[in-house]
Write a protein that binds this ligand. Structure first.
Ligand SMILES: NC(=O)c1ccc[n+]([C@@H]2O[C@H](COP(=O)([O-])OP(=O)(O)OC[C@H]3O[C@@H](n4cnc5c(N)ncnc54)[C@H](O)[C@@H]3O)[C@@H](O)[C@H]2O)c1
Length: 326
């Protein structure tokens, strides 16, 4: 099977490419390397079943890539505007997805969309079910641009399915961590906390740190994406993929400190929400319902948080030993 992986040089994409190659698939990676790097695919550089294209998926050049794909996977995204720009978030995410959907329609390929738990916004219907309401805050707060772009893409996926009959799976990820993740805020708290603890820098806690999140080890996430791609029952579904193990951001910082460099002082720096603008909101809780993940994809995460963090910290320490940037 020929799989097109857009954003394959990013965190999740590169880990997915690795798994596809080891499972025997023919893989075509598209990435403009704006936020990813070829270093993440270094060990597969001369792999006979891997082809790489440095292409911006929002442009016309993307249509020159022709291989009659069986599956098109979209991992490209600009995330929360605070870490990039609102314009990039809205245009790259939506224009990019539309171009990839055109390719899927052209090739009658299955489309796999990487959506996010951010689409649930500030809904209070815990745990978030895939059929639940998506409750966003006012447009004055730029943070919602990311969720808006993903909701738009979800609707676009349904529209392409209705018009062209292409099968799809929309996966809503609830935050992942692991090897090859970004070690700044682009990659979320786990990477940036670890990197700062190692460097002896303050760990930034947004608000008072009591907000709770869940984190999934990358191998578990990849297993879910692969099953979603392969299982017939997953077709034309929206499925949450995440862990049920909740932890507050403050406890996450303490846990990473204890497991990584306890000899370094843990310096906490509290950043007020007001500093992010008047209308900024950070949901207090974000937990998914994983009934569909269990029933349709027939799996649950293998790694508990502490176990997964130990593996991630080991990867990080190897990089430190080899003198690779952290
Ligand atoms: N990492 C998480 O915890 C998480 C949580 C929820 C949802 N997601 C979603 O999963 C997907 C993958 O996330 P990630 O953490 O691997 O992100 P990432 O930033 O590591 O990877 C995205 C990749 O897309 C590439 N890219 C950006 N713009 C491009 C363009 N115009 N043309 C071609 N390539 C382009 C970047 O260079 C990068 O390699 C995203 O859609 C994201 O919204 C991730």
């Amino acid at each position: 099977m020929k799989i097109l992986v857009a954003g394959g040089c990013g965190f999740i994409g590169s880990n997915f490419v690795k798994r596809l190659l080891s499972d025997g698939y023919e893989v075509y990676v598209i990435d403009d390397l704006s936020r990813g790097s070829l270093e993440k695919l270094d060990e597969y550089r001369n792999h006979p079943r891997l082809t790489f294209f440095k292409v911006d998926i929002t442009g016309e050049e993307v249509f020159d890539i022709q291989a009659k794909f069986d599956v098109v996977v979209d991992f490209v995204a600009y995330k929360i505007p605070r870490y990039s720009s609102g314009l990039k978030t809205l245009t790259v995410n939506t224009k990019g997805a539309e171009n990839l959907l055109k390719i899927a329609a052209r090739d009658s390929a299955k489309f796999i969309m990487a959506s996010t738990s951010d689409v649930y916004g500030k809904s209070q219907e815990f745990p978030y079910g895939e059929g639940g309401d998506l409750v966003l805050g006012p447009s004055y707060s730029r943070r919602w641009a990311y969720a808006v772009s993903k909701i738009f893409n979800e609707h676009m996926v349904f529209a392409y399915h209705d018009e062209y009959g292409i099968p799809f799976v929309i996966l809503r990820f609830f935050g992942a961590y692991g090897p090859h993740q970004h070690l700044d805020w682009w990659g979320g708290p786990v990477g940036v906390f670890l990197s700062n603890i190692y460097k002896g820098l303050p760990v930034s806690i947004h608000g008072d740190g009591t907000q709770k999140r869940t984190f999934m080890y990358i191998d578990d996430l990849i297993e879910g994406i692969l099953r979603a791609m392969k299982f017939k029952d997953a077709e034309n579904e929206i499925i949450n993929i995440g862990s049920s193990e909740e932890i507050s951001i403050l406890d996450l910082a303490r846990l990473i400190h204890r497991l990584s460099y306890p000899e370094n002082e843990l310096k906490l720096e509290f950043i007020s929400y007001e500093s992010f603008g008047n209308y900024y909101e950070d949901p207090k809780r974000r937990i998914g319902s994983y009934v569909k993940m269990k029933d349709i994809l027939q799996y649950a995460p293998h790694y508990a948080l502490e176990e997964g963090l130990k593996k991630f910290i080991e990867w990080f320490k190897n990089r430190v030993e080899r003198g690779t940037a952290v």
